[in-house]
Design a protein around this ligand. Structure first.
Ligand code: GLP
Length: 222
């Protein structure tokens, strides 16, 4: 990613929250601190968000990205784009975000895989050509949210808003990351299983430019 930014000077980058990409974000911060890369000409697009939380809410994905990356680098505030889960009219918010991405195509999209095979918050059953939309979170996703700082399960929002699979698939390059033994079976299914909306991450098999980055645990079933 640093090479791409240095070569092109500017880039539109899609960022995922969750625990998996934290090592990459640490590396990007270190690279910036050592003067190896600047984010001044980067446009950042978050993948998804909880419905009902303002971007400034401490548990929002917008706050997580700020804490884990954006507040440590020289990205311009106006270049950070997020889905605002607190909007009254979420359909309008989804349309706004979709056209923003259409006008600023994403060069590199970082992705993780959820415990039910989701990408972003595209839960099983999401259409493979879907655009930004609101989703009812599945139980696995609600439970996984406890890893993101919620004190108890009652506090976890029941809905998310997410880039659609169709939105994500328009990115020029996907970087799919997975870490740990608990993701091993999911990764095997994602790479070798049938491409189906029942297992949304399998759609990456249809993309022409995908880099899959795994640690030993996540790769152990391949
Ligand atoms: C979360 C987020 C996704 C993330 C995925 C994996 O619920 N909605 O954007 O990529 O699930 O999370 P983790 O990396 O913590 O396993």
């Amino acid at each position: 990613m640093c090479d791409f930014i240095r070569k092109h000077g500017h880039a539109n980058i899609g960022f995922a929250t969750g625990s998996t990409p934290l090592g990459v974000y640490k590396y990007l911060i270190e690279s910036y601190q050592k003067g190896k890369v600047s984010f001044q000409n980067i446009q950042a697009f978050n993948l998804d968000e909880y419905v009902g939380l303002k971007p400034g809410h401490p548990r929002s994905f917008a706050s997580a990205m700020k804490k884990d990356l954006f507040s440590h680098i020289d990205i311009r505030l106006e270049s950070i784009h997020v889905l605002d889960g607190s909007q009254q009219d979420m359909d309008q918010e989804c349309q706004r975000y979709e056209s923003l991405i259409k006008n600023n195509p994403i060069d590199i999209q970082i992705l993780g895989i959820g415990m039910d095979g989701h990408i972003a918050y595209n839960e099983p059953g999401s259409p493979l050509d879907g655009m930004c939309h609101v989703v009812d979170l599945h139980q696995e996703s609600i439970e996984s949210s406890l890893d993101y700082g919620f004190d108890n399960i009652q506090d976890v929002p029941r809905q998310g808003v997410t880039q659609g699979i169709g939105t994500i698939m328009k990115a020029h390059q996907l970087i799919m990351m997975a870490k740990g033994q608990k993701k091993a079976k999911l990764v095997e299914k994602m790479i070798y299983g049938e491409v189906t909306s029942d297992f949304p991450s399998s759609v990456i098999q249809n993309h022409d430019h995908v880099l899959v980055c795994l640690d030993q645990g996540a790769a152990s079933q391949l």
